[in-house]
Design a protein around this ligand. Structure first.
Ligand SMILES: NC(=[NH2+])NCCC[C@H](N)C(=O)O
Length: 276
């Protein structure tokens, strides 16, 4: 049966991995003395941008800054909803200067940026879906920041506890299949064991029809995906998850960012969504 799911055009902000490196270890994926192939990283990243554009999405780019090797992970720079920008305050001192670089882009594009008072890593942990913002905590973004986010956007913000260091940002364990726009039903895919028992129950109550992924899918960065409501840009090694998505009427669009996985990031980490 051909898929009847409808793609919605999106606006993304990205940053080329020109200065990509693994120079410090702030998550279990990063290992000291890891050599990265910057040309390979740039080539894989360029494929992602090509895929977004080929599917009708708008992509803007921030100029990368030398000495900020994780700047490619644009998702951590902010959360943008209805044209309002809640910026970031990184946990790791090495990443803190990224916030300023992204803020310059936002300001030049005509957005004001709200500065968090507590540690907050943007869409890495903050995920708008349907009438809510799902908000992860445990490793990076703090519960205090969740309160700030709710106050700033006026959107019910649902705190969820992350418990597995491999899934240190919520966007490594959960992604939005349908954001609930244009009358489509909001839905997500996630790996339950990345969450505390209570948080699993919350997700189960909110999204009883969610797609449930395995640890293997999650370790392949399969949950670090981007969906436009029809196409799902997904890591090619998350095969079981891609099959499930196909059965649910989505169209997987595989993009391999294996070189960036060395820093603990994948497709979604490289993608900041500008919701206007
Ligand atoms: N949205 C994400 N999960 N981004 C990945 C960030 C990776 C980066 N090395 C860090 O640990 O902060």
């Amino acid at each position: 049966m051909p898929s009847s799911r409808v793609s919605r055009p999106k606006h993304f902000l990205v940053c080329e991995p020109r200065h990509f490196a693994v120079e410090y270890t702030i998550n279990p994926w990063m290992h000291e003395d890891t050599q990265v192939d910057v040309d390979l990283a740039r080539g894989q990243w360029a494929e992602l941008i090509r895929a977004y554009r080929a599917h009708g999405h708008t992509v803007d780019s921030v100029e990368p800054v030398a000495g900020l090797p994780d700047m490619v992970f644009a998702a951590n720079s902010a959360l943008v909803v209805e044209g309002r920008v809640f910026g970031s305050l990184f946990h790791a001192p090495q990443r803190r200067p990224e916030s300023t670089a992204y803020e310059t882009w936002f300001k030049n594009a005509g957005f004001d940026v709200q500065h968090p008072e507590s540690v907050c890593e943007g869409e890495g942990d903050l995920v708008p879906v349907g009438p809510y913002i799902l908000a992860g905590t445990g490793f990076r973004t703090t519960p205090e920041a969740h309160h700030e986010v709710q106050e700033f956007f006026g959107v019910p913000t649902i705190g969820l506890q992350l418990v597995d260091p491999y899934f240190y940002h919520m966007d490594t364990a959960l992604f939005v299949l349908d954001d609930g726009g244009d009358g489509a039903e909001a839905n997500i895919a996630y790996y339950p064991e990345a969450f505390s028992p209570g948080s699993r129950e919350v997700l189960q109550r909110l999204f009883p029809d969610a797609v449930i992924a395995t640890r293997q899918d999650a370790m392949a960065f399969g949950l670090n995906s981007v969906s436009d409501g029809r196409h799902v840009f997904i890591a090619p090694r998350a095969e079981a998850l891609a099959d499930q998505l196909t059965r649910h009427g989505y169209v997987p669009a595989p993009v391999d960012l294996s070189e960036l996985h060395k820093a603990g990031g994948g497709i979604k980490c490289c993608t900041q969504e500008i919701r206007s």
